[in-house]
Design a protein around this ligand. Structure first.
Ligand SMILES: Nc1ncnc2c1ncn2[C@@H]1O[C@H](COP(=O)(O)OP(=O)(O)O)[C@@H](O)[C@H]1O
Ligand SMILES: [Mg+2]
Length: 258
């Protein structure tokens, strides 16, 4: 579904090349796979996701979606950010309908589709509300509905639940897994949480800094539905934590202890 080969990224100004952000990243993601990209802050996770989203371009290397070079954003690759970026002047339903309008669908269909996708994330009762009246978790549900409404093949999620309280985060993780079980998108989910990666992923891609690239690629074969607290889950968490602890830290000497 997605293939990155020998990706390099530098952010230069005025034609000068800056420091290397991604160095030689190669990765293939299959259809329907739930992949977590795990790594410390600053190791290039968002940069890699933004490249796949088409928001930015590689300095060198190739980046393909279904054998086509990625040249920009597209509705087949939906992005959910850490903070929901809803339009404050539109109701929840109109926020979800917005992308459908942009794609040229008639108004009535957009409104119906928007409501249907709000129902999928448990937000149909709030269709007429404005974003400022919603909690962080509710906004993130709307952001997910907005992306799902475009029926993407790939969901790109950049620490989507990390700003939420632990309870809400766990509920949204459960609901995301249900939606994924139902629609079977390919998911690329960025996180710095070992527990989150172990709970969600079919496969955890561990990134490290200096140079920013992939250090480990681990299948997680725990059966689904998973329980968060089991000896098997703890073993996976320990193993991933060991991988992270082996990395130099990008932002200081602190290490996470196992
Ligand atoms: N637009 C940009 N211009 C210059 N440097 C950037 C830009 N975006 C990210 N970086 C740098 O790239 C590195 C990786 O950033 P990022 O991909 O956001 O990491 P992560 O998501 O893993 O925390 C960081 O050192 C960051 O400062
Ligand atoms: Mg990031």
């Amino acid at each position: 579904m997605i293939s990155c080969c020998g990706l390099h990224k530098t952010y230069g100004t005025n034609g000068a090349s800056g420091p290397s952000i991604l160095a030689d990243v190669s990765l293939s993601l299959s259809r329907g796979e739930f992949a977590c990209i795990l790594g410390p802050s600053g190791c290039g996770k968002t940069t890699l996701l933004n490249l796949i989203a088409g928001f930015t371009h590689p300095t060198s290397g190739s980046l393909r979606f279904r054998d086509q070079e990625i040249t920009g954003p597209g509705p087949e690759r939906g992005v959910v950010f850490q903070e929901a970026t809803l339009f404050p002047w539109l109701t929840v339903q109109k926020n979800v309908a917005f992308g459908l309008h942009q794609m040229g669908q008639p108004g009535k269909t957009c409104a119906e589709e928007a409501l249907h996708h709000l129902a999928l994330v448990g937000m149909a009762d709030h269709a007429r509300a404005y974003p400022h009246t919603l909690s962080g978790g509710m906004k993130q549900r709307v952001a997910i509905a907005r992306v799902l409404a475009l029926k993407p093949d790939v969901l790109l999620m950049d620490e989507p639940f990390s700003a939420l309280d632990a309870n809400t985060r766990e509920r949204l993780q459960d609901e995301l897994l249900k939606l994924w079980g139902r629609f079977g998108q390919t998911v690329v989910y960025v996180t710095h949480s070992v527990e989150e990666a172990a709970f969600l992923a079919d496969r955890v891609i561990v990134m490290g800094p200096s140079p920013c690239n992939i250090r480990a690629d681990k299948p997680i074969s725990l059966p689904r539905p998973r329980t968060r607290y089991s000896p098997e889950m703890e073993a996976v968490v320990r193993d991933l934590r060991r991988e992270l602890n082996a990395l130099p830290c990008c932002i200081g000497p602190t290490r996470v202890d196992a």
